[in-house]
Design a protein around this ligand. Structure first.
Ligand code: CUA
Length: 332
C-alpha cells in the first residue's frame, strides 16, 4: 500500500504516457499551485486581448474592403492610423509586458517569503535526485518523485551535474532550467492536495522524454508524517523470497550504484531505493510501480530507456528476478 496520498491509485491506474496527459495530470491550464494559477491568469488575459485585437483588425479590414466611401475615408484617415496603429499597440503591449514582468516578479517575492526547509532536485541521466531538508536540519535523499505540503511555499533548488535539464511541473508553477555549476531556485506553493506530473523540459539526451516524475501534494500533517517515514532506514524483508532478493541485490553489486539506507548498499550513482516501493512510478515515471515493472526494468532497462546508466541484468534467472522484484517492491 502506497502511503500518504489522497488518490494513491490514480497514477498506477494510468497507462503511462499519453493517457496521463488526457487525465489532466500535466496541464498548465488546470493549476493546483499559486504560481501556476498566476501564469494561467496571464495566459487567459493575453489570449483574450489577442482575440479582441484580431477581431478589431478583421472589422477594420471588412470596413476597408466593403464599407461605404465615408467609412473607408474615416478608416484611412491619418488620425485613425496613428490611434489604432501606433497608440493602441503601444498601450496594449506595454500593459501586457508590465503584467508579465509582475507575474515573473511574483515568483521571486515568494522566494523571499519561503520559510522552512527546502528541497533540492538534481537532474541526472535521466532521472531526478530529490533531497528533502527536515525541520531539524537533516537531509533525506529520495528520487523520482516530489512531495510537497499544501499551503506552504517551498524553495526548490534546481541543480545538475551533467547537462542542462529543465524542471517543469505545469500544474504547480513555471519552468526553470537546471544549469551545471549553478543553483536556480524555484519557489512553489501547492494549493490543493493531489497528484500531478512534472517533465524535463530541455532536451538532455536520447531518453529525455522519459525523464518525468509525479508531484504529490499532501496536507501539511500528511507531509510531515511522510517525511518522517521517508527519513527512516529501509524495512527488513518480510518474506523469505524478499530476503533472497536482498541477498541477490548484495551479491550482484547493486549497492555500488544504489543506496538502501540501513543496509550495506550506499552507492550514489543511481536513485536511492530506500523507499522505492512507496513511489508512484519507476524509472522517472516511465513504468508503473509494481513487482512486474521491477522485473522488467532490471532485465530490460536498456530496451525500456536506451542509454541510461544502468546495465541490463538479463543474466539473472526468472526466479532471481522474481526475488529481486519482491524485495524492491517491499521497500516502502
Ligand atoms: Cu533532462 Cu531533458
Amino acid at each position: 500500500m502506497k502511503q500518504g496520498t489522497r488518490i494513491p491509485a490514480l497514477a498506477k491506474l494510468l497507462p503511462f504516457g499519453a493517457l496521463a496527459g488526457c487525465a489532466g495530470a500535466q496541464s498548465a491550464l488546470q493549476p493546483t499551485g499559486a504560481e501556476a494559477s498566476d501564469i494561467g491568469t496571464l495566459f487567459w488575459t493575453v489570449t483574450g486581448i489577442s482575440i479582441l485585437t484580431f477581431l478589431l483588425v478583421l472589422t477594420f479590414m471588412a470596413g476597408a474592403l466593403k464599407g461605404s466611401p465615408g467609412l473607408r475615408r474615416r478608416i484611412s484617415d491619418q488620425r485613425t492610423i496613428v490611434a489604432c496603429g501606433i497608440v493602441l499597440p503601444v498601450f496594449v503591449l506595454t500593459g501586457l509586458l508590465t503584467y508579465g514582468l509582475l507575474v515573473m516578479e511574483a515568483g521571486s517575492t515568494r522566494s523571499a517569503s519561503a520559510e522552512g526547509p527546502g528541497i533540492t532536485i538534481v537532474g541526472k541521466r535521466w532521472w531526478w535526485r530529490v533531497v528533502y531538508e527536515t525541520p531539524d536540519g537533516r537531509e533525506v535523499v529520495s528520487a523520482n518523485e516530489l512531495r510537497l505540503p499544501v499551503g506552504r511555499p517551498v524553495a526548490i533548488r534546481l541543480e545538475t551535474e551533467d547537462v542542462i535539464h529543465s524542471f517543469w511541473a505545469p500544474q504547480l508553477g513555471g519552468k526553470l532550467d537546471m544549469i551545471p555549476g549553478r543553483t536556480n531556485v524555484l519557489t512553489v506553493e501547492a494549493t490543493e492536495a493531489g497528484i500531478s506530473r512534472a517533465q524535463c523540459a530541455e532536451y538532455c539526451g536520447g531518453a529525455h522524454a522519459m525523464m518525468a516524475m509525479f508531484v504529490v501534494a499532501l496536507p501539511p500533517d500528511g507531509y510531515d508524517a511522510w517525511l518522517a517515514a521517508e527519513a527512516q532506514p529501509a524495512a527488513s524483508p518480510v518474506s523469505a523470497l524478499a530476503a533472497k532478493g536482498e541477498a541477490i541485490f548484495a551479491e550482484y553489486g547493486c549497492g555500488a550504484c544504489h543506496t538502501v539506507r540501513g543496509t550495506g548498499a550506499a552507492g550514489i550513482v543511481g536513485p536511492d531505493l530506500t523507499h522505492v516501493g512507496a513511489r508512484h512510478s519507476l524509472a522517472a515515471a516511465t513504468l508503473a510501480n509494481d513487482h512486474d515493472a521491477f522485473v522488467r526494468w532490471i532485465a530490460q532497462n536498456q530496451h525500456i530507456k536506451p542509454g541510461n546508466l544502468m546495465p541490463p541484468f538479463d543474466m539473472l534467472t526468472p526466479e532471481e528476478l522474481a526475488a529481486l522484484g519482491t524485495y524492491l517492491d517491499g521497500l516502502e
